[in-house]
Design a protein. Structure first.
Length: 556
């Protein structure tokens, strides 16, 4: 037994290291291939701008078809894909699914869609990590494995191990940190970085020899004020993105998916034709902003065009990452503000814009700051932190991701709400199902004449947290929780439950529709409802988990 435990402990430590190496190889190889393709197409675009129409159509078609054909899913931001699996069904991500998602994302990037390659790298990393867990029975939860793969994939691409590690902790929630991936993601990020470094994977962002001003009161005030502006601008970008999401959904109902591709291809292709920097990965655009090689007119025009192209291309059929595009938009926003307000510190505004837009749009604080520090060094750490935190809090209520709850306590209700929304669109008839068809008909209960000690024993036997209380006729009286019983003094052990404070609890008729039960749970923030008949007799219990499983079955 001791040897088995020791091996499990060693396995838990070694597995993330192996994951990091394999993910580092896979991401580096993928990026070499697709980055090479993009460089070929980029040269062709410069020579023949009209090719932008063809390339954007190809990026959307090649990205969306694998998802539609093999997974029956719509393209979306890759971080949101990982968040969806993480919060709803972490054990269900297969290597095949992750491979299709990552190829879809990399193809979008290679053919000129304004998306980031971090999308494909992160999903590929999550899939490899999950595959290794299943193959070798790694003693790490599926949730943690997904985030570990995400961190390693991000690190291998950007060669930013601290940022990749922190991304696994920050991304799952808007206002909370996930602690479980702390050690595995740190180990995987370290080995993914070393692997990527040895393989000499091309650097996406290369910054050197930037002259930065020393920290002063002026720089601090600029950072705080710009953080406010960037937070507001982050909200604007999120609203524009959501508007295109709504427009795409309406077009799908009124027309068809090919029509969606046609409109998206024409819109983004036209933008690329008249404003070439509005499409493509934007590496050169980012360097031009950092090294102040743009005119103010060009910066404003490209900023507006880039927001439209990024918002439309994913909603109209392409897949990819939104973190890098938000950094690039932030650089243009910082360039514009700095040029108009304080040209002397223009490079500071650009760097602040990169960090603050990533913070405001993606709901990250530490990742943008550490990412910038890993790129340019530590002399601007305090201004970046001040501006990023300000932008984050200004835009806190708004997020670009569908699957990013505020904190861990919201996770169950959040998942129920998302599946409910999906069912309203995909299978509204399923919501007309009676509660009696979904509930647990063998609910454990206890009579009010039983004692506290009896209730404790029953809770221990059944490993449940709440216990319905009924009278002799099985009429529902309320419920007691294990936390409440644990708080009672020992002298209460022989006391009948009828003499305790029994909570009323949510109730619903067995003839009610499932839709009514869901709305009642969402409104009250409860994770279970007690089901009664017309005589108030307890006939079952329905929980969030019961409903989510049912909705997952009818919408998949």
């Amino acid at each position: 037994m001791r040897q088995k435990i020791r091996w499990q402990e060693i396995n838990t430590w070694i597995s993330p290291l192996i994951m990091g190496v394999l993910i580092g190889f896979a991401v580096s190889f993928s990026f070499y291939v697709f980055y090479g393709l993009w460089k070929i197409f980029e040269e062709a675009l410069i020579k023949v701008p009209k090719l932008s129409f063809s390339f954007i159509f190809l990026s959307i078609i090649l990205s969306s078809l694998p998802l539609r054909m093999f997974l029956k899913r719509r393209p979306k931001d890759s971080f949101d894909i990982i968040l969806e699996y993480y919060h709803t069904s972490p054990g269900s991500l297969s290597f095949k699914e992750s491979l299709i998602y990552s190829i879809s994302s990399f193809l979008s990037f290679a053919f000129g869609a304004p998306v980031g390659p971090e999308g494909g790298a992160s999903v590929l990393g999550a899939g490899i990590a999950k595959k290794l867990k299943d193959m070798f029975k790694v003693n790490i939860s599926s949730n943690t494995v997904l985030l570990t793969g995400l961190a390693a994939g991000f690190t291998a691409l950007f060669k930013a191990p601290i940022s990749g590690f922190l991304l696994a902790l920050e991304l799952p929630y808007k206002g909370d940190l996930e602690k479980d991936p702390f050690l595995p993601s740190a180990l995987a990020s370290a080995t993914a970085y070393l692997t990527s470094f040895v393989l000499k994977t091309p650097s996406i962002i290369f910054v050197q020899n930037i002259q930065l001003p020393s920290i002063s009161v002026t720089v601090i005030i600029i950072s705080l004020g710009f953080g406010v502006l960037s937070g507001i601008f982050s909200i604007v970008f999120i609203y524009v993105y959501k508007a295109f999401t709504y427009l795409a959904q309406r077009l799908m109902k009124l027309a068809s998916f090919p029509m969606l591709i046609l409109i998206g291809g024409l819109l983004v292709g036209f933008l690329g034709y008249i404003i070439q920097p509005s499409i493509g990965a934007g590496f050169l655009l980012l360097n031009n902003a950092i090294y102040m090689k743009l005119s103010i007119i060009m910066a404003i025009v490209v900023l507006i065009a880039r927001i439209i192209s990024v918002s439309s291309v994913i909603n109209f059929g392409a897949s990819g990452g939104l973190l890098l595009p938000s950094i690039e938009i932030g650089a243009l926003f910082g360039y514009t503000v700095g040029y108009l307000i304080y040209p002397k510190f223009l490079v500071v505004f650009v760097l602040l814009g990169m960090a603050t837009m990533a913070a405001g749009v993606n709901k990250l604080v530490l990742v943008p700051v550490t990412f910038m520090l890993e790129l340019i060094g530590g002399s601007i750490a305090i201004p970046l932190l001040i501006a990023s935190i300000t932008s984050y809090f200004i835009s806190y209520k708004f997020t670009i991701y569908e699957y990013q709850p505020a904190n861990k306590l919201d996770k169950g209700t959040f998942a129920l709400e998302r599946f409910y929304t999906r069912a309203l669109k995909a299978a509204p008839e399923a919501l007309e199902t009676k509660v009696s068809e979904v509930m647990n008909k063998e609910a454990v209960y206890i009579e009010h004449t039983e004692t506290v000690s009896d209730a404790f024993n029953l809770l221990r036997q059944k490993t449940i947290k709440t216990l319905p209380v009924v009278n002799e006729q099985k009429i529902f009286l309320g419920y007691i929780s294990i936390e409440y019983l644990a708080s009672l003094p020992d002298r209460y052990k022989t006391l009948p439950l009828a003499e305790l404070e029994i909570k009323k609890g949510l109730t619903i008729s067995e003839k009610s529709k499932l839709k009514d039960a869901i709305e009642l749970m969402l409104k009250s923030d409860e994770d279970h409802i007690f089901v009664i008949n017309e005589n108030w007799i307890l006939v079952g219990v329905v929980t969030e988990v019961d409903i989510i499983r049912y909705l997952l079955k009818v919408t998949s």
